[in-house]
Design a protein around this ligand. Structure first.
Ligand SMILES: [Zn+2]
Length: 265
């Protein structure tokens, strides 16, 4: 049984490559490795060169918009053209992060959305406390033909049908394992169509509670717990339980969806 990670950051220093190799031995297949700014795109490209299962994604994360170098748009186009298998991400809107500039974030979003449409690539969206502006932006511009991932989906159930119509996929993460997130687990149980669900770790981010860990990584310098790539298998088990599926069925379902969105199959 293989399970594919729809969203992670293996390029971050907190993820030793031995942890990625351990995850692969335990059943992790493809992983979409999301760059967050021009400074880490070469590291994402190096991971893709090292193993074709490390699918590259290049994007400008909303947290990195304030420090983006002049000309990042042309750098993004160039690295996407050099990597035909790459998707666009991680990009998005975030009105939670301190000091955010909504106008600059939305401008960067529209540039990346247009690039994904023009180059016919899937797109990965981060959205925190910005679902209204996200909907306004998606309604106002062409969206990628191949679809887009709303990573670690955190929105209201009533928007799911419209988003499905626009081409959205929704990924189940450790965020959904928190006791306070029963409403989101309910969406993954029934409201989200089965052909639009993926699973992700966001590793090394989104470290789950100890009961949902398969392996541990050391905390970072600030003492923040880090999410091991192999914890994807635990997320899959919990998604399967949420949806009322056998684990193997959940792997099959999310694997078909992953291949359609990220591999164009
Ligand atoms: Zn991420």
């Amino acid at each position: 049984m293989l399970v594919h990670d729809a969203h992670c950051h293996y390029q971050f220093a907190e993820v030793p490559y031995a942890a990625v190799e351990l995850a692969r031995r335990e059943g992790v297949g493809y992983a979409v490795v999301n760059g967050s700014a021009p400074v880490d795109w070469p590291d994402v490209a190096a991971l893709a060169a090292r193993d074709a299962r490390n699918l590259p994604a290049f994007g400008l994360h909303p947290w990195d918009v304030p420090t983006a170098p002049v000309g990042w748009e042309s750098q993004l186009r160039a690295i996407l053209l050099a990597h035909p298998q790459a998707s666009v991400g991680e990009m998005g809107l975030d009105r939670w992060v301190e000091g955010h500039d909504p106008v600059a974030q939305e401008a960067a979003f529209r540039v990346q959305l247009a690039l994904a449409v023009e180059l016919d690539r899937p797109l990965t969206i981060h959205c925190v406390r910005a679902i209204g502006p996200l909907m306004d932006t998606l309604r106002a511009a062409p969206v990628p033909r191949r679809g887009f991932l709303l990573h670690s989906w955190n929105g209201p159930v009533d928007l799911v049908p419209e988003l499905v119509g626009l081409g959205a996929y929704f990924s189940f993460s450790a965020h959904h394992l928190r006791p306070t997130k029963a409403d989101l687990r309910g969406q993954f149980a029934a409201a989200i169509p089965s052909d639009r669900i993926l699973v992700e770790t966001d590793a090394p981010a989104l470290c789950p509670a100890p009961a949902f860990r398969r392996h541990e990584l050391p905390p970072d310098a600030a003492g923040v717990e880090q999410n091991h790539p192999a914890n994807l298998l635990r997320n899959l088990e919990e998604f399967a339980r949420t949806r009322g599926l056998a684990v193997e069925q959940a792997a099959e379902l999310t694997g078909v969806n992953f291949a359609r969105l990220f591999l164009g199959q």
